[in-house]
Each structure stands twice: as structure tokens, then as C-alpha cells.
Design a protein around this ligand. Structure first.
Ligand SMILES: Cc1ncc(COP(=O)(O)O)c(C=O)c1O
Length: 389
């Protein structure tokens, strides 16, 4: 088993997280604690499977192996008691591309799509890029974490004739793992008004006990009638570069409409490295994931303690899932731009500016703790040097 403490040099590997900094900020030696990928090597069985495939040296067109379907079905059943038939599973180059397909398949130009605020920023981008009407419902902060405002959501759904909700389950950037009760309440609301739910569950496997991920399809058999699930092994196992995701659709009409858009753009065949990596990860990555969760939980506790001791003015949302921490810098009274500038120019660290996730993210920053402890400690020290008392 790899040591998650090991530091791998990622500079000059064409990494977005490490190598786009210079072009973005025109500055060297910034420490990247942004972009949601991890500074850890993928599980050895995944690397081995990709190496075996690479070594045979012929990269012709390939079919989806039966063993991949089985690996996905086993993973979902074992971890989430989510029963999938082979026919329910489609593939796509990514969760974000699938959001684009879903928007085109289930809504028309000008129709309203609801998202929460703040939320993973490509949701808003995809809605706007497809000329749909973006409707947002602000999340509320209660007992130190985000909750949905169902009253506001219902008003918006009625007033704006919302056709689709894109739900982030678990939630990025807040690290919220929605409970069964919350998801059922949200689902009932959408069911009542005929709103199609696109449930982005890419963070499903990055959840800390006692919290438990619930796939939207497992809450009530009726929910599968008006929802689809988007997920992938790429976030869990640090495989973003292989570009693959899954789409789970049980309703034949929703499946047909989704496939029609995929077929029209030939988006239904995936690169074979994606198949190989996903199968190996789901078949042989269980122990690695367990270790990963343990390590991430330690990093979260470390960050929480560090902030409490050295930066008590920074309020932190304790994640129930994901490796992302939502830091509240509002007591410093800085604009989003001034806050970002201070972190970049003075502290020398790159976090994601909370404002990109919506109005509710102004004054917040998103910290990625999926890195060796030494890197994390260095980043936190840099922040302390500028924002500490
Ligand atoms: C909620 C969420 N959805 C989707 C993605 C990206 O998915 P993909 O790379 O498969 O498009 C991310 C990446 O950070 C994410 O946080």
C-alpha cells in the first residue's frame, strides 16, 4: 500500500492543479491547494491494469467488457445497496459532459434549470452555455453546515416553471452529505412539480462515517422515474485524466432521450483507458479507498485544529464528505478579489475563490486537503503568516 505521506513532484506533468498556475497568476512558487484532484498516486492495481493494457501495444476500437458492468454493479450494491441492471448503465466522457447532455435531452432553450448556491461552478456554466434560464436557490447555513431551503426551492420551481434540478449529492464545495430525510423531502418536491433531477454523485465514495451516502435512486423506487444519476470512479481513485463517467438511468423514456443526444454527437464511446481503470479500481481498490478516507479524515482534523489554534477568525465548515473544506474569511471584510489577491500575492497559496461557486460563496475560499500532510502544513503555515494575529 502506498504511503499517502509521500510527496510526488507534479510540476511539469501538464497538471492543471500544478502547471496552470503560472499562466493564471503569472507567479512562480505558489502552493496549489485548489482544483479537485489529489496529490496521491492511484491504487497500484489500477496502474498495473493500465500498464498491462498499454504493453500489449494495440489501441484499436474496443467494446465495453462484461466484467466492467459487473464491477460497477457489485460496487454500487455492496456500498450503497443500489441495485443496477446492466441496461441501466451508460458511459460518458465525464460527469460535466453528461450534465450538458441531460440539459439538452430534457429541457428546451429558455426553460428553467434550478441549482443550489453555492455549488460546483460548472453547473451554472452548463445551464448558461446551453441557453437555459438559470435559477438558483441559496443554501442556508444551519449548525455549521449547509441545508436546503425547501420553501425557497418550491417558490422558485413554481414561479419560474423549473423543469430540472441539478443536485450535488454529496455537495461540493460544502462537503455536505445530504441525509436520507433531506433527499426524500427534495425528491418529493421535484416529484410534485414534475421536475427532473440530475443527481451528481461523483463524490459518493468520499464520505466519512457516520455519514452515509444515499444515491437518489435508492430513496424511493418512484424517484427513479424522474431522475438520473451521474457518477464516476475518477474522483475517488484520482483518475480524472482518463475521462470516463457513468450515467445510471432506470426510466426507459429518460434513457432513450439521453441516448438520442449522445448518439447525435457520438459521445457514447469512451476511451479504453477509462474502462480499464474503472474496472480495476472497483474490483481491487477497496483497501486503498479505506486508507485514503482515513488519511483524508486526519488531514481534515489537522486543518480544523490548526485553524482553531492559529486562525480563529477563519470559520471552517467540517466536511461530512469530499476532501474539500469551505473556509469562511468574511470576518476579514475583504472583497473576493482582495481575499484571493492576498492569498496569492502575500501567502503564496492557491485556493479556489468561493465566489466562483455563486453569490453565497463571496468571502469564502475552498481548500483541497487531498495532499501529503507536509504539503498541507506548509500551505496552512503560509496562510497563517498573512492572516494570523
Ligand atoms: C460535483 C462534481 N461534479 C463533477 C466533477 C467533474 O467531473 P468530470 O471530470 O467527470 O466531468 C467534479 C470535479 O471536481 C465535481 O466536484
Amino acid at each position: 500500500m502506498q504511503s499517502f505521506d509521500q510527496i510526488f513532484p507534479r510540476k511539469n506533468t501538464n497538471s492543471v492543479k500544478w502547471d496552470s498556475i503560472k499562466a493564471t497568476y503569472n507567479k512562480e512558487d505558489l502552493l496549489p491547494l485548489w482544483v479537485a484532484d489529489m496529490d496521491f498516486m492511484a491504487p497500484q492495481p489500477v496502474i498495473d491494469a493500465l500498464a498491462t493494457y498499454t504493453r500489449q501495444g494495440i489501441f484499436g476500437y474496443s467494446v465495453v467488457p462484461e466484467t466492467l458492468y459487473q464491477a460497477i454493479q457489485d460496487w454500487e450494491k455492496t456500498h450503497y445497496n443500489y441495485q443496477l441492471a446492466k441496461e441501466d448503465i451508460l458511459f460518458s466522457p465525464g460527469v460535466v459532459p453528461s450534465i450538458g447532455v441531460a440539459i439538452q435531452a430534457y429541457t428546451k432553450a429558455g426553460e428553467s434549470v434550478l441549482i443550489h448556491d453555492p455549488v460546483y461552478h460548472p453547473f451554472a456554466n452548463m445551464v448558461k452555455a446551453n441557453q437555459r434560464n438559470l435559477v438558483t436557490s441559496s443554501l442556508k447555513i444551519k449548525d455549521g453546515h449547509f441545508v436546503m431551503d425547501l420553501v425557497d426551492m418550491e417558490e422558485k420551481i413554481k414561479d419560474q416553471h423549473v423543469k430540472m434540478l441539478i443536485l450535488c449529492n454529496p455537495h461540493n464545495p460544502g462537503g455536505r452529505v445530504w441525509t436520507k430525510e433531506e433527499l426524500i423531502a427534495c425528491g418529493r418536491l421535484c416529484q410534485k412539480y414534475g421536475v427532473i433531477v440530475i443527481s451528481d454523485e461523483i463524490h459518493q465514495d468520499l464520505v466519512f462515517a457516520p455519514h452515509q451516502h444515499r444515491s437518489f435512486h435508492t430513496l424511493d423506487p418512484e424517484f427513479a422515474e424522474f431522475s438520473i444519476i451521474l457518477t464516476a470512479a475518477t474522483k475517488t481513485f484520482n483518475l480524472a485524466a482518463v475521462k470516463i463517467s457513468m450515467v445510471y438511468i432506470k426510466n426507459p423514456a429518460l434513457k432513450k432521450a439521453f441516448q438520442a443526444v449522445q448518439n447525435a454527437t457520438e459521445q457514447n464511446t469512451i476511451n479504453t483507458f477509462g474502462y480499464v481503470a474503472t474496472e480495476a479500481a472497483y474490483q481491487k481498490g477497496k483497501a486503498w479507498r479505506k486508507e485514503l478516507l482515513r488519511y483524508l479524515a486526519e488531514n481534515i482534523t489537522f486543518t480544523q485544529n490548526f485553524l482553531q489554534t492559529h486562525l480563529p477568525k477563519v470559520n471552517v465548515m467540517i466536511p461530512e464528505g469530499t476532501y474539500l473544506m469551505w473556509l469562511d474569511f468574511r470576518t476579514y471584510g475583504l472583497s473576493p478579489k482582495a481575499l484571493e489577491d492576498k492569498l496569492i500575492q502575500e501567502a503564496g497559496v492557491v485556493l479556489n475563490n468561493g465566489a466562483i461557486f455563486g453569490e453565497g460563496g463571496r468571502g469564502f475560499m475552498r481548500l483541497n486537503v487531498a495532499c501529503p500532510k507536509e504539503t498541507l502544513a506548509e500551505g496552512l503555515e503560509r496562510i497563517r503568516g498573512v492572516f494570523g494575529e
